[in-house]
Design a protein around this ligand. Structure first.
Ligand code: 5GP
Length: 129
């Protein structure tokens, strides 16, 4: 069965898209730690990040770096943190999280955003790429 993220890639489930290439997709996390929390994924469905072939792993890091730099341009924060967990969705994803305090990195406090806030945020990051 396809992962929920493959369904997003295929357009079967909507997302707030930030960036897309032939091989990667970036979109806002639906339950963000902070405004601008973005997920970067390979279109190739692989569960664990260190099982990716080296070329895809390196290209995912390059893609994530570009998106992180764009996030930092438009979302007020001290820095953009990166984390990889994957205990919920078995499809490689890099979390890019605008950080103002350690709390933002802990996946405990969540920020609720309106549809419009998600749309405006995704567009702002996308425009800053
Ligand atoms: P992890 O697998 O790294 O523990 O967490 C998965 C992340 O994916 C969570 O932060 C969760 O909010 C996010 N997520 C789960 N399902 C969806 C979805 O359908 N759409 C989006 N945009 N994010 C999702």
């Amino acid at each position: 069965m396809s992962s929920i993220f493959t369904k997003i890639i295929n357009g079967e489930i909507p997302c707030y898209k930030v960036a897309e290439t032939d091989d990667f997709l970036a979109f806002l996390d639906i339950n963000p730690n902070a405004k601008g929390h973005t997920l970067c994924i390979p279109k190739k469905e692989v569960d664990k990040i260190f099982d990716l072939d080296e070329e895809t792993y390196n290209a995912l890091m390059q893609f994530s770096r570009k998106v992180a730099i764009a996030i930092e341009k438009v979302i007020p924060c001290k820095r953009v943190g990166m984390s990889v967990i994957g205990l919920e969705v078995p499809h490689v994803h890099v979390h890019l999280i605008p950080l103002n305090s350690m709390e933002d990195a802990r996946f405990l406090n969540k920020e609720s955003l309106t549809k419009e806030e998600f749309e405006v945020t995704a567009k702002a990051i996308s425009n800053a790429l």
